[in-house]
Design a protein around this ligand. Structure first.
Ligand code: ATP
Ligand code: DP6
Length: 394
């Protein structure tokens, strides 16, 4: 049987990708940089199988539900690109099975909500690329594979690496140099932790894809942002190399705010942050002020959920602040068994609205950390039945 199963991680950007110069090839208007999160907690798992005896046509199931693979669509483009690379491999060695000519069956599961602003498209497309690259025994490097993943969803290219990852915008019109590169592996700064505050896991109103295009078409502020981002890319890369958390945090927060500003400068305006998100910003800013140094950095993607980066040693303080003002509806298990600490003595409670937030304003918390890149699993982890249909997972 010709089959491969891979998992891929979620990544959350510190320098945001927002805008395309080519919508078909998914070429960005600026470089971006992210932290890959630990797959022990959040991951997409994908099994790909090629079999001569399958009925013609490729099929893919996401969380047990079949998705259509359109020719020229995002999934179709990724599969086509990887197949072409497999064909080259077969042309160089005629003894190999002609997997490139056989239909595919692909099953994928996300162990967290899909399309809820938790970057499922990033881990999902990266897992698809990683599993097919393995099935096809491709010689390409992760950076080369990221060129294919990028065409599935821009941010997915960064999920082909662990640690701290840059997506270089590149200059080639065909996109050959618009790819992901490792800035530093997870082992360089394993103390980097992240706390995801799930404010809403409902499907968002304006998708990243359509929102960013509206920004490109209508925002004048975006031009200003594009002038500033290259300097920020250099500065945050240096902060990572130097393990300088304060600089890392300052840049992360200012870039998140810059991204949400260009959303507001879009016509019609796009609002991703809600009152709970803004209150989390106020609490983290005050936690930093009252701690006498920057110990936490918030960042928000195209939705209201906060991701708070902090070093492991400071997570008790961050958890203390979030627990105090945003009691969650669901009890979340902390894999690190962090004990929340009291707020600093000079913390000004007035930054949070009177009476505080009702239980469930933040639904749940996910405490995770920087993680590794895609992993290959064994046969026992296959998501496909003998027949090529997806297994039903509990
Ligand atoms: N495991 C997967 N395999 C293949 N495709 C996936 C997978 N997970 C998600 N996707 C694709 O990504 C889409 C969701 O992307 P979308 O950008 O709407 O949400 P998100 O990635 O969760 O949020 P965001 O990117 O804004 O953080 C799904 O509808 C599906 O097409
Ligand atoms: C705000 C972001 O999360 C936007 C992600 O956009 P997508 O990668 O989801 O967009 P497409 O390329 O159209 O699929 C910022 C980021 O991850 O850098």
């Amino acid at each position: 049987m010709y089959e491969a199963t891979a998992t891929a991680p979620v990544n959350i950007a510190c320098i945001k990708y927002w805008g395309k110069r080519d919508t078909k090839l998914i070429l960005p208007t600026n470089s971006s940089l992210s932290v890959t999160l630990d797959q022990d907690h959040l991951r997409s798992t994908t099994t790909s199988r090629a079999d001569e005896s399958f009925a013609a046509g490729d099929r893919l199931w996401l969380n047990g539900k079949e998705e259509t693979i359109k020719e020229g669509g995002r999934l179709g483009v990724c599969i086509k690109g990887l197949r072409a690379w497999r064909k080259q491999v077969e042309e160089n060695d005629s003894s190999l099975p002609k997997l490139s000519e056989w239909p595919l069956r692909i099953a994928s599961y996300n162990n967290f909500p899909t399309a809820a602003g938790l970057a499922s498209s990033a881990s999902g497309l990266a897992a698809l690329v990683a599993s097919l690259a393995r099935l096809y025994q491709l010689p390409q490097t992760p950076s080369q594979l990221s060129i294919i993943a990028r065409q599935g969803s821009g941010s997915a290219c960064r999920s082909l690496f662990g640690g701290f990852v840059a997506w270089r915008e590149g200059s080639d019109a065909a996109g050959s140099d618009s790819l992901a590169e490792e800035v530093a592996p997870r082992e360089h700064w394993p103390e980097m932790h992240a706390l995801i505050c799930v404010v809403s896991d409902a499907k968002k109103g304006t998708s990243s894809t359509s929102g960013m295009q509206r920004t490109v078409e209508t925002s004048t502020l975006l031009q200003e942002r594009l002038r500033i981002v290259p300097g920020r890319m250099d500065a945050i890369s240096k902060a990572i190399q130097d393990k300088d958390f304060e600089s890392f945090a300052k840049i992360t927060m200012v870039d998140s705010n810059s991204f949400h500003s260009v959303c507001l400068d879009t016509s019609p305006p796009i609002f991703y942050l809600n009152d709970v998100s803004k209150s989390i910003i106020a609490v983290i800013e005050e936690l930093n002020r009252s701690s006498g140094k920057i110990i936490a950095a918030y960042t928000f993607d195209a939705g209201p959920n906060a991701v708070i980066y902090a070093l492991e040693e400071n997570m008790p303080k961050v958890l203390g602040a979030i627990n105090k003002f945003f009691p969650t509806a669901e009890e979340s298990e902390d894999p690190f068994r962090t004990t929340a600490e009291d707020l600093p003595a000079s913390f000004d409670y007035k930054v949070v609205r009177e009476g505080g937030w009702e239980k469930g304003a933040v639904k749940s918390l996910i405490h995770t950390r920087v993680g590794d890149g895609p992993r290959t699993l064994g046969k026992e982890d296959s998501l496909l039945k003998e027949s090529g249909e997806p297994k039903v997972l509990a």
